[in-house]
Design a protein around this ligand. Structure first.
Ligand SMILES: [Zn+2]
Length: 339
C-alpha cells in the first residue's frame, strides 16, 4: 500500500490519532491512540437518498479469493522490475482471457533507474453512461526486495479480491454503470520515505493512468474510484480515510450495513496517502478502503510478517461483497452527489 500520514483530528469524538510521519518498514512508525470514533461525521456531507433495497445480495467467494491470494504470494516477492513481478502480471492476465482488457504499459523513471510498469484494466460494460473504477496495486515494496517480504495483505489480497470480483461480473447483464477493475503497478515507493517524500516516489502506475484518462477524455466518465488496500486482515477494521470523498464513504457504510458488516467499518479515522490521490486531485469522487491496523500498532505492515496466515477468507468476503453492494447502490442513486 500507501503511506501513512500526519494528523487526523476527530472533532466530535474528541479523539486524536497520530500516525507518525511516514517511515518505512522496520523503523518505528506509529503512535496512537484513543477512544475509537464512531461513524459520526465531521465533514459536511450532502443528504443522500439511498435507493430502497437493491434486491438479491451480491455474491463473492471468499475462499476462492483466499486461494488466489495464496497463489500470488507463492511467487515470492514481486518488486518492480523482478521476474516474479512479470509472473504475477501474467497470472492476472491469464484469468482475464475472455475479457475486454486495456494494458497501460510504460517506463517509469525512478530514483533507482527505469522500470517497466504495467497497469491492467479489465472492463465490464454497463448500460448506464459512466464508469465505476475499483483498483488495487499488485507490486510489493521495493526497498524490501531482498527480504522474504511477500505482501500477502498489502497487494496480494486486494489483487485477489479484484480477480474474484471479475468472476462475479463476467458474463452477467449489467444495467448499471460500467465497472472497470484496475490492477495498478508501481504503487510502492522505490526509496524509503525517509529519503524521498512518498508522493514524489510512489504511485507511478496510477498517476500515469489518471493522466492518460484525463488526456483521452475517459476521466470525465468516471463516477467513482474505489480503492482496496490491505483489506484481507482476519481482524478486519476498515478505517474511514479522511482524504476520501465523504459521500462516497457514506455509500460504502450504507452498503456494509445492508450486509450486516458495518461493525468492520469506520471505527477510526485516519488520513492515508494512497492510490486514490491522483483521481481525487482531478475531481473524481474517491474512497480508500484500508485497514491500517494490521496487527497491534500495524506491526505487520511492510515487514516479512505480512503473510497469509494473518488473513481470512471471511474478511475477503466482507470486503468484496461490500464493494459489490456499493456499486449496486451507486447504480440506483439518481443523481449522484456533485463532485
Ligand atoms: Zn505497501
Amino acid at each position: 500500500m500507501l503511506r501513512s500520514v500526519k494528523f487526523s483530528t476527530i472533532l466530535f469524538a474528541l479523539a486524536l490519532i497520530v500516525i507518525a510521519c511516514d517511515q518505512d518498514k522496520t523503523s518505528s512508525k506509529q503512535t496512537a491512540q484513543t477512544p475509537l470514533a464512531n461513524n459520526s461525521t465531521d465533514e459536511i456531507t450532502p443528504k443522500l437518498n439511498f435507493p430502497p433495497d437493491t434486491g438479491p445480495l451480491p455474491k463473492f467467494d471468499g475462499d476462492r479469493a483466499m486461494q488466489y491470494t495464496k497463489e500470488i504470494v507463492a511467487y515470492g516477492p514481486r518488486p518492480l522490475g523482478s521476474a516474479n513481478h512479470k509472473k504475477v502480471e501474467e497470472y492476472i492476465l491469464a484469468h482475464l482471457k475472455s475479457d475486454d482488457v486495456e494494458n497501460d504499459v510504460f517506463t517509469a523513471d525512478t530514483p533507482d533507474g527505469k522500470f517497466p510498469v504495467h497497469n491492467i484494466v479489465d472492463k465490464f460494460p454497463g448500460t448506464k453512461e459512466g464508469i465505476i473504477v475499483v483498483a488495487s496495486h499488485y507490486d510489493t515494496n521495493y526497498p524490501l526486495r531482498n527480504t522474504s517480504y511477500v505482501g500477502a495483505n498489502d497487494g496480494a489480497s486486494t489483487s485477489a479480491l479484484l480477480l474474484e470480483m471479475a468472476n462475479q461480473l463476467r458474463g452477467k447483464p449489467n444495467d448499471g454503470y460500467s465497472v472497470w477493475l484496475v490492477w495498478d503497478d508501481a504503487e510502492e515507493s522505490i526509496r524509503p520515505d525517509t529519503e524521498i517524500p512518498f508522493e514524489q516516489d510512489a504511485l507511478y502506475g496510477i498517476k500515469h493512468l489518471a493522466e492518460k484518462w484525463e488526456s483521452d477524455g475517459t476521466l470525465k466518465k468516471v463516477k467513482a474510484f474505489i480503492l482496496a488496500d490491505m483489506i484481507g486482515d482476519a481482524d478486519l477494521d476498515i478505517d474511514r480515510e479522511t482524504n476520501s470523498t465523504p459521500w462516497l464513504e457514506d455509500v460504502v457504510y450504507e452498503a456494509a450495513s445492508r450486509l450486516g458488516y458495518q461493525s468492520h467499518f469506520f471505527a477510526r479515522r485516519i488520513e492515508i496517502l494512497d492510490d486514490h490521490l491522483p483521481f481525487l486531485k482531478r475531481g473524481v469522487p474517491s474512497a480508500d478502503l484500508i485497514d491500517f491496523s494490521y496487527g497491534y500498532n500495524n506491526v505487520f505492515w511492510h515487514t516479512p510478517q505480512d503473510t497469509v496466515d494473518k488473513l481470512s477468507a471471511k474478511s475477503l468476503e466482507i470486503s468484496g461483497s461490500t464493494v459489490l453492494e456499493t456499486i449496486r447502490i451507486l447504480d440506483k442513486m439518481e443523481p449522484l452527489p456533485p463532485k
